[in-house]
Design a protein around this ligand. Structure first.
Ligand code: NZQ
Ligand code: ZN
Length: 438
């Protein structure tokens, strides 16, 4: 990417299309990168400007709270008779949520089409199966009940059921958007696990094992859920490993958008508030997973961490996700844990390139006292505070915990798209960071 525009105080800004994606030889990495920066445009800001140009739209209606499932019946009245009920490996049956949802659907007079077995990291084979089921039954609504995987999958099915092309090729490999006049199925979501933000964004990550590709497509607002039910009590049963991986996923989404640009931007103030809330509530939740206040704050934070709001007017970073996803592609480890495993080495590696922001992070997010300290000392104390919090909640602190070895480092480096926020990484930089994370 081109360097940030450096001018004097003339408040000029412009948007530059990131055509270097096209120059990259690897379609998968190109798409992965595009997914995480969320837009095919990158705002180029000079140092004196708060915002570039952007559009903001989010059509997802949220129903939040312990009684929010009560809103499902009203939502259902907006759609036709046939509802495809998509869910994962069975947690919703064990928790009793399945019975409640089926009861509401039945009372609303809906015909239920069962669509079970969406795996974590949903596969292209399941996507094809979902499209077949939806088409054969001419479904009117996809109701996704589960975590980010079920929600991501539902978006893929919604966009693909009524197209003639291969959806894997069209949307994920070629990164095309649905046609203007495409028939897109509406999606509703009942979220049972927090972290990804899929409940209020257009992201859809699908894995193709035979091609060894995991690609995230960001669909436009037509594919965002029409409504999402956010009942924090539904997350009480998430196993601790998944729970804290989700907490770190949220923190990582926030940091990826925070560590870029040095201008005065409202998005960063919002971001700091979300990070502070997450840190506070996560400390409570790890000791008492059924603390409603903590789990509800975390659920709300997760949604706002990746519904595009706090990335507005920013170039963004996403190198932790690029390296973490590359580890995941090679080792199949849990998404949030791969991010945790490389974050501290990564941030120490780029700290000099974004020093003022790291100082701000230390002071505003971690309450570090800066008296009689150099900027570097303050910044490092901020990263140390992040590290302490990570140990406290119990995420992976070393990449060896998520399957990285001396032997597969080169493969992971090959699978990492080279971009960055304050520092543009080379392949050698990635290898250094990976070695430091072992
Ligand atoms: O399948 P079931 O039986 O439901 O079990 C799930 C699954 O095994 C379980 N679980 C979920 N809610 C539960 C529960 N177990 C007990 N009680 C509950 N209430 O948790 C396991 C993980 O679920 P999953 O949906 O896979 O987790 P997550 O929400 O972290 O989603 C991960 C997927 O989202 C993608 C990831 O790449 C991955 O494929 N992402 C999507 C993003 C987006 N749409 O913007 C951004 C993220 O960075 C991420 O890449
Ligand atoms: Zn993530």
């Amino acid at each position: 990417m081109a360097a940030l525009l450096q001018t004097d105080k003339i408040t000029v800004c412009y948007i530059e299309v990131v055509i270097n994606f096209i120059k990259t030889k690897c379609c998968f990495l190109k798409n992965l990168f595009t997914f995480f920066v969320s837009l095919p445009l990158v705002l180029k800001l000079n140092q004196t400007i708060m915002f570039g140009n952007f559009s903001y739209e989010n059509p997802t209606r949220l129903h939040f709270g312990e009684q929010s499932l009560d809103c499902l019946k009203q939502e259902l009245s907006n759609y036709g008779e046939t509802v495809m009920l998509s869910y994962g490996g069975g947690s919703i049956k064990r928790t009793g949520l399945y019975d409640k949802v089926v009861s509401i659907l039945s009372q609303a007079g809906k015909t239920i089409i069962e669509d079970a077995g969406v795996t974590p990291n949903p596969t292209v084979e399941k996507l094809y199966e979902g499209c077949r089921i939806a088409k054969e039954n001419n479904v009117d609504l996809i109701l996704a009940v589960g975590g980010g995987s079920v929600c991501d999958y539902a978006k893929g099915v919604a966009a693909s059921t009524w197209i003639d092309e291969d959806p894997w090729k069209k949307y994920y490999l070629d990164y095309k958007d649905p046609d203007t006049d495409a028939k897109i199925l509406p999606i509703g979501c009942i979220l049972t696990m927090v972290g990804t933000g899929s409940e209020m964004n257009g992201g859809s990550v699908i894995t193709n094992h035979s091609q060894k590709l995991k690609i995230g497509k960001v669909f436009d607002s037509r594919l965002m859920p029409k409504f999402t039910i956010l009942d924090p009590t539904l997350t009480f049963t998430v196993p601790k490993y998944q729970m804290v991986a989700g907490f770190f996923d949220i923190m990582s989404h926030l940091m990826e958008q925070y560590f870029s640009n040095d201008d005065d931007n409202t998005s960063d103030y919002l971001n700091e508030g979300l990070m502070r809330s997450l840190i506070h509530s996560s400390r409570i939740a790890v000791n008492n997973p059924k603390n409603y206040e903590a789990r509800s704050n975390i659920m709300w934070t997760a949604t706002w961490a990746l519904n595009t709001l706090v990335g507005k007017g920013k170039t963004q970073d996403w190198m932790v996700h690029m390296i973490g996803q590359a580890i995941g592609a090679v080792t199949d480890a849990t998404h949030g844990m791969t991010l945790a495993a490389v974050s501290i080495p990564y941030y120490k590696y780029i700290i000099d390139d974004g020093l003022p922001k790291f100082v701000r992070f230390a002071k505003n997010v971690w309450n570090i006292n800066g008296d009689n300290k150099s900027e570097k000392e303050i910044a490092l104390e901020g990263v140390a505070a992040l590290e302490n919090w990570m140990r406290e909640i119990g995420v992976a602190m070393k990449a060896s915990e998520v399957g990285l070895t001396e032997d597969n480092i080169e493969k992971v480096a090959d699978a990492t798209f080279l971009g960055g926020g304050y520092k543009k990484l080379t392949r050698d930089d990635v290898i250094t960071i990976l070695k430091q994370s072992l």
